[in-house]
Design a protein around this ligand. Structure first.
Ligand code: GTP
Ligand code: MG
Length: 370
């Protein structure tokens, strides 16, 4: 049975503890501030003080944001989401920049300066691809641990002048753990000291067998400097995506994941959200992790304001009450009260968890001393 301490109840109602103790006494219950009372008693007291009762639980939260399974006939193809991973300095960002540069129409060229960690390109073959540049593996791991599975395909970048390095190995294990197919981009082949064969043989030791080694992992030699092999890489991605048969239902309340978020001096909290299902629209009310809000504006990867964003589209979302964390899940709700209640419930639950962890530490420290 749920219970709450008298002090906590007073705190949540923003009433004085003494007044709550008195009210309890008048109902024939003797309790000090640190004692717990059951949920039914608490409810009576709350009503006596003229407050509204909102019993929010994990189950309530799930009820509100529960995603009804989409009917097969409502599903439409969606672009693949590709995460670029690899060892530091192996050329992840350079590769993305070059792909973007080669695949924007001249009219959009001004948008290149915009740098959000997620963007879409349309290839010469007409395929739309969504790319994410991992700021680091830590972010990928934390996103996964928060339950946000955002990636459909991992492009593993390995510099041909450096071969397999510790973070390459980490990226391989992340991709394997997440069950995401991988494509190997052997980068920097323009360098005189480049040795693509060493990359391929190194990968064998980590059970990544590329096509050139008669395996089934696609491998492409590329150069982010000269642009060599980039079209081939995009084709490899499109091919892999086709096999995955990715789809989503654009005609429903949006669901997405936070890629990055920060507090912007001029604009307030801003989150880059990857829409994963449904369509996010201006004016939508949403909860995202422990924050909530109403979409004031949506800005695409080219820095343009848009009215809505469908599946696999990354957008900056303005109109949050606070800054969420990478990996937080965004759900559109029907009312602001729902969004706020869920956000507050999560915030409270997280606080209690931290407090419990803190208490455990203190106890541990005490034991150590003894
Ligand atoms: P982090 O984000 O720090 O992990 O690095 P990164 O993987 O994004 O690498 P980045 O794109 O910043 O490139 C690192 C260095 O390698 C830069 O000096 C690039 O100019 C250089 N570089 C990247 N790609 C190539 C390439 O294809 N050929 C050559 N010669 N240099 C490259
Ligand atoms: Mg980078």
């Amino acid at each position: 049975p749920e219970a709450i301490t008298v002090a906590e109840l007073a705190n949540r109602m923003a009433e004085r503890v003494a007044d709550v103790v008195k009210a309890l006494m008048q109902s024939g219950i003797m309790a000090t501030q640190n004692q717990s009372i059951d949920a039914d008693t608490a409810e009576l007291i709350i009503e006596e003080f003229g407050h509204r009762v909102t019993r929010v639980s994990d189950a309530d939260v799930e009820d509100v944001i529960k995603t009804v399974d989409d009917k097969p006939e409502d599903l439409l193809p969606r672009p693949p989401v590709i995460t670029i991973m690899g060892h530091v300095d192996h050329g992840k960002t350079s590769l993305l920049d070059k792909i973007r540069e080669a695949n924007v129409t001249s009219g959009e060229a001004g948008g290149i300066t915009q740098h959000i960690g997620a963007y879409q390109v349309t290839t010469k073959g007409g395929d739309v691809l969504t790319f994410l540049d991992t700021p680091g593996h830590a972010a990928f791991t934390s996103m996964r641990s928060r339950g946000a599975q955002v990636t459909d395909i991992v492009v593993l970048v390995v510099a041909a002048d450096d071969a397999v390095m510790p973070q390459t190995v980490e990226a391989i294990s992340h991709a394997k753990a997440a069950g995401v197919p991988m494509i190997v981009a052997i980068n920097k082949v323009d360098k005189p000291e480049a040795n693509p064969t060493k990359v391929r043989t190194d990968l064998l030791q980590h059970e990544v067998i590329v096509e050139q080694m008669s395996g089934d992992v696609q491998d492409v030699e590329v150069s982010a400097h000269t642009g060599q092999g980039l079209d081939e890489l995009l084709e490899a991605i499109a091919l892999q995506a086709e096999v995955l048969e990715l789809n989503a239902n654009p005609n429903r309340a949006a669901e997405g994941a936070v890629i990055e978020a920060q507090l912007d001096v001029g604009r307030g909290p801003v989150a880059t959200v990857l829409v994963q299902n449904g369509t996010l629209k201006q004016g939508d009310i949403f909860v995202v992790g422990e924050q909530y809000g109403k979409v004031r504006a949506l800005i695409n990867d080219k820095g343009e304001r848009v009215k809505e964003a469908g599946p696999s589209v990354p957008v900056e979302v303005l109109g949050l009450n606070g800054t969420p964390e990478a990996g937080d899940v965004l759900n559109v709700t029907s009312t602001e009260a729902q969004a706020r209640e869920i956000a507050e419930y999560r915030e409270h639950a997280a606080k209690e968890k931290r407090a419990a962890a803190g208490a455990a530490t203190t106890l541990e420290q005490l034991m150590m001393k003894a």
